[in-house]
Design a binder for this molecule. Sequence first.
Ligand SMILES: O=C(O)C(=O)C[C@]1(C(=O)O)C=C[C@@H](O)C=C1
Length: 307
Amino acid sequence: MAQIAYLGPAGTFTEQATRSLTGDFDAELVPYETVPLALAAVRRGEVLAAGVPVENSVEGSVPATLDALTADEPLVAVQEALLPVQFDLLVRPGTEQGAIRTVASHPHALAQVRGWLAEHLPGAEARATSSTAAGAAAVAAGEFDAAISAPVAVEHYPSLQRLIGGIADVRDAVTRFLLVRRPGKLPEPTGADRTSLCAVISDEVGALADLLAELSLRGINLSRIESRPIKDRFGEYRFFLDFDGHVADARIGDALTALRRRCSTVRFLGSYPKADRTPATVRPNASEQAFLASVQWVEDVRAGRLA
Ligand SMILES: O=C(O)C(=O)C[C@]1(C(=O)O)C=C[C@@H](O)C=C1
């Protein structure tokens, strides 16, 4: 049976998302304490893939995931999932709301309930844990008074109880997750795909604008751009780009050849079906037929068949 890593322990949002991503095949889910550890297990071949959180509609990208994706040997995303995110406040039985002095959770989760905590637990101190479920485990162990957890967590920590449910500063908050593997056969194009990559450009006038122009000139819709510092050289950045389309599509392949020439480093991070299955809108002069016909035209000119 395939083993799939996820950010654990049991009861995280990532576990839930990874279960939905691996629902089609027999998989044993293996918890890891951090995203870098889960991705390292994929790189070593200890597990087939890992489910990782990548961005949240309220708090933005998950830096640990972006950094770990590019820190070492290449990995590629093969599937994507979106999960609505609301939280429970878990406590040991008998704990009253007024007695809560410490609240533990993942920093991304704490950021998504900052307003709620200020209003309902103004005296409580927020404590960061490696995941929401790690917060619940710490409360069960008596280290903190309460945890901000995924609604599924209470099933995994029977010594805890839900004091309050449905907590969220933003009602319709969503987190996006990826299933990541070592490079191999890519998912087939579906017409509703996303391509992710990471590019390093030189520090010169217009470099980022020129990179983006390569996409817009080919009618490619950019859905996310994010920069992360390179870390060992102050002022230099990696740009993470997500755009509509599959590397098998002519316009995307053409754009990638241009980016490869323009950027000092390009790392392909996958072409995979979009979770919401919204097809890419492609203008006529960027369609597959338009690209293939223009390549054919150049071949005919080169072969002396056309002028
Ligand atoms: O701690 C968890 O439960 C996670 O799966 C991590 C994570 C995140 O990194 O954003 C996932 C979803 C929520 O947005 C809060 C925390």
